[in-house]
Unconditional design. Sequence first.
Length: 319
Amino acid sequence: MKRMECNFCGSNDKRVFPPGSENSLLISCSKIVKCLNCGLVYADPQPDAAALDTIYSQDYYGEKNIRFLPAIESIVRFFRRRRALSIQKYKKGGKILDIGCGRGYFLECMERLGWNVFGTEISPIAARRAKEIFPRQVFIGDPLELTFQENDYDCISIYHVLEHTQKPKEIIEKTYRLLKPGGLLLVAVPNIDCLSFNLLRSNWFGFGLPQNNYYFSLGVLSREIQKAGFNISHVRHFSMEQDPFSLLQGVLNRFVGNDNGLYHSLHRGNRPKQNAMIRACIYSLAASLFIPCLVMAWIFSKLSDGATVEIYAFKPHSS
């Protein structure tokens, strides 16, 4: 584990976040803190290489790179197609780099739309399927250490990946250098400043994920993206893929047990040891709560307080 200063401003002036919380859901010996200078929220200390190998094990990614139960896998693919179509509203084609491309579902969708696709993935286990499909277009390693031609990409996607990195500021700055003038950056992250977090606090879904190093608010992240040189074009406050489930899992954490049990039970590899009756009860309760959580998540988004933010930003044509 490595002690951390604020990645955005370099300050060591921080406090436990939320005040008075011990953040028991995080990795052992790690707490969530908030920078008192710029407002960035992050885990301190953060996992070193050995701890990351434990988190991102074969069990995490599932046998044969199939992470979830079959029905959930179909839903994952559906939302990858939706993400691809959302990018088409801003850019009609060209060369795209997906940072944290995982199994390559999104790359496949973009290729079908006529894009020239490339991806990075820090874990060779996670990228096994993507590497088989795109052997010369998927690169394994830290995106900050990989070498790419500058001013070469029309679009770069960092979709629910930035919060897992250890140097988000440097990654944002590197994407600026890699994009062509007029290029599009899509960044999506959980929103620590959302209504569901303020209601659920330590039961919030994101706090139970040990692979999360950073917790961004829209204001803090937008400021850093603009400092890198981007012009923000559009912000979305709702993700059908993320927000309803995030709220549902948080509610279950609050009233059933704060271990993200539903999320883990949907995994093929690291499913918790539960008897069939307990699992059936959890699924039944989740089914009954899903529609109310969907409605509440949509209402929160209309108040610009959704659990997810998606930022669409462009590199200026002249910089």
